[in-house]
Design a protein around this ligand. Structure first.
Ligand code: 13P
Ligand code: SF4
Length: 381
């Protein structure tokens, strides 16, 4: 993880109103040279300054469309800023306000472990293997996947990309769904399992590869029988949601709708009424009838924002505990003010830049994904 230099003391001394004033002034000075992107899990204070908000797919697409902006300040986590750098023109500079804003799930698939696993997987699989990586992965892992003729996916298009991997990725194999090759899904075993299951594949068709075990904890026979090899990674935030919490809501006298992100475990998703990406979660609550009750299984900032926007519906976190993404939370007004003030002073700090070779192959994997999903029109928030 890159190191973050300590902020100058004035950013710690400034109060909230002063930081907001500085951010607003810098935005005005930078004008169209600047675009601020904000992921749905960001704090309200930060989201208030975003030119565009979205889930990781929408933000990848938006980054690619910001051809005028010289500086793209990405209020999200490191892998998102890397994706934006890969998709934007080389002269555009992507900035992450706090370089320690990583993703624990992305860190669970190190490219050296993925490369080390590959020869055994290919040899034991007995057929071609297509790698699919969730965008919550490093640029290096995306590049590996691009080189191996695979693709990226997000939580909103994982079904589409898995179907492509099973049916369309290898026209040379020409395999119908029940015959040909296998898919390795990185790094989130839960998104992989939930998606394959939703496409009609039984749990027995899936095997978990544990990078901390010799041979991934698998034997040749298990691997040969499996259709999906799920990398043993998970999101530490969504792992906090449990089947018992769904059952507790079911036991309440009033009817509750349970709506969860597909990074939750299979057991939670099976008990939920609705499963989908952050964008899907927002749309579902927005379109719900007044008076309805929603227990939502995703990061707390998004849940709280939905509750305050839709006051005529009851929106609560599915878990009693605070399910906070502590790395997303590192992006705050202080860091945002600091990167913007630096730009005004002519200094680019915290640039996230992917090297050319990695960029090329990661882009191949991202472009394969983007070619499968219709591009959404750009509209400011
Ligand atoms: P979305 O793709 O739904 O925005 O999710 C990204 C993420 O990091 C969820 O944990
Ligand atoms: Fe990563 Fe989970 Fe945070 Fe999303 S919520 S950025 S998957 S740690």
């Amino acid at each position: 993880m890159p190191t973050q230099v300590p902020l100058p003391p004035s950013y710690h001394e400034a109060g909230e109103a002063e930081l907001k004033r500085r951010i607003e002034a810098a935005r005005e000075r930078l004008g169209r040279r600047l675009c601020i992107l904000g992921h749905h899990y960001q704090q309200d204070d930060v989201i208030a300054f975003a030119d565009f908000t979205g889930d990781s797919l929408r933000l990848s697409q938006l980054a690619a469309q910001q051809t005028q902006a010289e500086f793209i300040v990405f209020c999200g986590v490191h892998f998102m800023a890397e994706s934006a750098d890969i998709l934007t023109a080389p002269e555009q500079q992507v900035i992450l306000p706090d370089l320690t804003a990583g993703c624990s799930m992305a860190d669970m698939a190190h490219v050296d472990d993925v490369e080390a696993a590959w020869p055994m997987l290919e040899a034991w699989a007995g057929c071609p293997v297509t790698p699919i990586t969730y965008v919550n992965s490093s640029a290096a892992v995306k590049a590996f996947v691009g080189r191996k003729e695979g693709a990226c996916c997000t939580s909103s298009n994982a079904k589409l990309v898995l179907e492509w991997a099973l049916h369309g990725a290898r026209p040379d194999v020409g395999a119908p769904a029940d015959a040909g090759h296998k898919v390795i899904f990185l790094p989130d075993q839960h998104l992989g399992r939930n998606t394959a299951y939703a496409l009609g594949w039984p749990l027995e068709s899936m095997a978990v590869y544990d990078p901390h075990q010799p041979f991934g904890g698998l034997d040749e026979e298990t691997l040969r029988r499996a259709r999906f090899i799920l990398w043993k990674g998970h999101c530490s935030v969504h792992a906090l949601f449990k089947p018992s919490q769904v059952e507790a809501y079911r036991a309440r006298p009033e009817p509750w709708n349970v709506l969860v992100h597909p990074e939750c475990t299979w057991e939670v998703c099976q008990r939920a009424d609705y499963v989908g990406s952050t964008e899907y979660i927002i749309r579902t609550v927005r379109e719900a009838a007044p008076g309805t009750c929603w227990a939502v299984g995703t990061e707390i900032h998004l849940v709280n924002r939905l509750a305050s926007v839709h006051r005529d519906r009851t929106v609560r976190s599915l878990a009693g505990v605070q399910c906070l993404c502590s790395t997303m939370y590192r992006i705050d007004l202080r860091h945002l003010a600091w990167v913007l003030d630096s730009l005004v002073d002519g200094r680019v700090v915290n640039r996230v830049q992917v090297d050319d070779e990695t960029r090329h192959w990661a882009r191949v994997a991202l472009d394969r994904m983007l070619s499968l999903v219709p591009s959404q029109p750009v509209s400011a928030r």
